[in-house]
Design a protein around this ligand. Sequence first.
Ligand code: CNA
Length: 271
Amino acid sequence: MNNETNAIAKIAQFLSECRHAIAFTGAGISTESGIADFRSPGGIWSRYQPVLFRDFLQSEEARRQYWKMKKEGYYELKMAKPNDGHRALARLEAAGRIIAVITQNIDGLHQEAGSRRVLELHGTRRYCLCLECGARFDPDEIQKHLEDGVEIPLCKHCGGLVKSATISFGQSLPADVLAEAFDLSMSTDLVLALGSSLVVEPAASIPLQAKNNGARLAIINNAETPLDGLADIVVHQSIGATLSQVVRHLGYEMEVKKPETSRPFAANSKS
Ligand code: CNA
């Protein structure tokens, strides 16, 4: 057996031995779906400065910049499809091998792959939100307004500021989601940390806290992370290929039945 085969067998063994495994994912799990990660050259952040939440609230120019950036990146996110990494996690959840996915991603690809318990620490691109009255809007509808020349969309019910339901820099993370994620970090016995540079806080503290509380930590990431030295196993390979081999090593097929997905913007939409 070579090193890679050993690593796959080891992760499969960890998954067989644990009772409350969780996955913690970052932008790296979605690069194989064509979505640039945070650090890649050519990504949207290399062309635009991220707009701080405070600036979004206070400055019309910042809002114009925010929506210009959203408009430009819209189809990359909308057209992306789940890859083997997302599918493998959905399969592991369906088989009872992991109990939840905690993600820093906003792309919704875990849910599209069939994962059911997904904690989105940084919100979601799957709907837009009025910051005044809470009305939700289909992002396709907002994109159409932008393409029709509207620079700063406003709520059609109350005239309030509309924003993507993603969390901007300087905006609080959803407290209930964060609390649930930290609770999981205290009860889990295995964390699979996948495609995250493990530097963005407070999210990166979740695998660290789990490890400090006695859980095993397995990292799959194609570059080094600050937690590599603490981990029980580190695989510097691509996530899709590695995780799908882990799934097969456990004796499962990759396909998982896709759940009925609700349209999140329709949940409490006023339209
Ligand atoms: P990051 O800091 O960009 O780290 C990603 C890591 O994944 C890097 O260490 C890469 O080397 C590694 N990586 C990239 N592709 C692969 C691959 N195929 N296999 C294995 N490893 C890979 O991203 P983080 O998520 O850690 O944190 C930063 C930001 C990025 C978070 O706040 C996210 O919300 C945000 N973000 C999300 C998305 C998305 O939703 N898909 C896209 C871009 C940025």
